[in-house]
Design a binder for this molecule. Structure first.
Ligand code: ATP
Ligand code: MG
Length: 359
């Protein structure tokens, strides 16, 4: 059912690096499809740059504004220093927790390409669901002195509740795909041959949920695949997969791997969703190697804005954006694309103009 709301307040959190380039681009696309509805944008701080200026990576005001004033939000990226910085914790990991955004939805899509922008021209339509609240991301690490030297430990949390929630999301999204296309398969991604207790719980929880699914969900198929062989098969036969249901860490890795299949991380959208709120967030990071040059690919952020619109039940606006992006990717001269794609000589702005022209 389409939304009857006439205006939305959208939080914009560019974060670090290319977040400052791709989030304004995505906001511009939202305004362009708004029609007789309005989007009011609120800029909000978070990230490593903000931490170095202010001593806090996620200001309380950002969280309270999202909670109290926003219908949804877009997040760019944050730089995570590879060494430990005293007092710094990743604001996105914290935000997902604070707003209980338990599912990370990552469609990996490629329209049929005939303009040489990908080696393989067959279309691809995968949906990766990454559990968003636990696994190794609880960041319970410690170091121990032993006679043989230091030993580092990291706890990994897998709960029945979180596994059931992501499993249910996978079934719901598979059902929507079934209704559209007449087939849908959920693949549980795990490593329970080694981690029989933790991955074992993830696997059996999702399997049990599936076994007890209501009648409407009957046509959905269930498969499972060990994460290592999944990555291998993903490269050899990506069309063998549909919806992938992953614990947090595997979901992170599998989505970067799947991004390579469609040509660039700069194309892959994501959304952090809970039962109420949705925070669009491209899969890519802050890309410090290209930040500030005006050449970041805005498509991942623009597609993330479309995912946010779907969450707001603004499906017509979302579809308009998705079609304009696909049209641009399939018809643009390779040189009009950003340099992350083969032959790309364009800029964030030229890609944005191309999408705007196709809306
Ligand atoms: P972070 O620490 O923020 O995760 P990172 O460098 O580890 O940063 P990404 O930001 O995901 O990871 O970048 C990985 C590679 O992909 C980099 O070479 C980057 O330039 C490229 N890349 C990522 N996003 C884009 C984009 N939107 N447009 C063009 N190139 C991109
Ligand atoms: Mg990264």
């Amino acid at each position: 059912t389409p939304s009857t709301k006439s205006s939305y307040t959208i939080g914009l959190i560019p974060g670090d690096g290319i977040g400052h380039e791709v989030i304004p681009a995505a906001a511009q696309i939202l305004s362009a499809v708004s029609g007789d509805k309005t989007f009011d944008f609120v800029n909000l701080d978070a990230g490593f740059e903000h931490f170095t200026k202010s001593g806090t990576a996620l200001p309380e005001k950002t969280v309270s504004t999202l909670r109290e004033a926003c219908d949804g939000a877009l997040f760019g990226a944050v730089s995570s220093p590879s060494h430990k910085v005293e007092g710094y914790a990743s604001p996105i990991v914290q935000l997902r927790k604070e707003l209980d955004l338990y599912a990370n939805v990552r469609p990996v899509r490629r329209p049929r390409l005939e303009n040489g922008t990908a080696a393989d021209t067959a279309p691809l339509d995968l949906l990766i669901l990454r559990e968003n609240t636990e696994c190794l991301y609880i960041k319970q690490e410690r170091i121990e002195q032993t006679p043989e030297g230091q030993v580092a430990w990291a706890d990994r949390r897998i709960s029945e509740r979180a596994s059931r929630r992501i499993g249910q999301k996978a079934l719901d999204m598979a059902l929507a795909r079934y209704l559209q296309r007449g087939h849908a398969t959920v693949t549980i991604v795990h490593k329970s041959n080694v981690l029989s207790v933790s991955d074992g719980l993830f696997r059996t929880t999702v399997r049990d949920l599936y076994a007890q699914r209501p009648a409407a969900y009957q046509p959905i198929q269930l498969n499972e695949q060990l994460v290592d062989s999944l990555v291998y098969r993903l490269y050899r036969e990506p069309h063998a997969f549909d919806v992938l249901c992953c614990p947090n860490l595997y979901g992170d890795i599998v989505s970067d791997a799947a991004a390579a299949l469609v040509g660039s991380l700069g194309l892959v959208a994501g959304a952090n969703v809970g039962d109420r709120f949705c925070l669009g967030e491209p899969v890519h990071g802050s890309a410090p190697d290209i930040a500030g040059q005006g050449i970041a690919n805005p498509i991942a952020a623009v597609r993330s804005a479309a995912l946010l619109l779907h969450h707001l039940d603004e499906h017509a606006m979302a579809t308009r954006i998705e079609r304009a992006v696909d049209a641009f990717l399939t018809t643009a001269a390779p040189s009009a694309l950003t340099p992350d794609l083969p032959g790309g000589k364009g800029t964030t702005q030229s890609v944005l103009n191309g999408i705007l022209a196709g809306l």
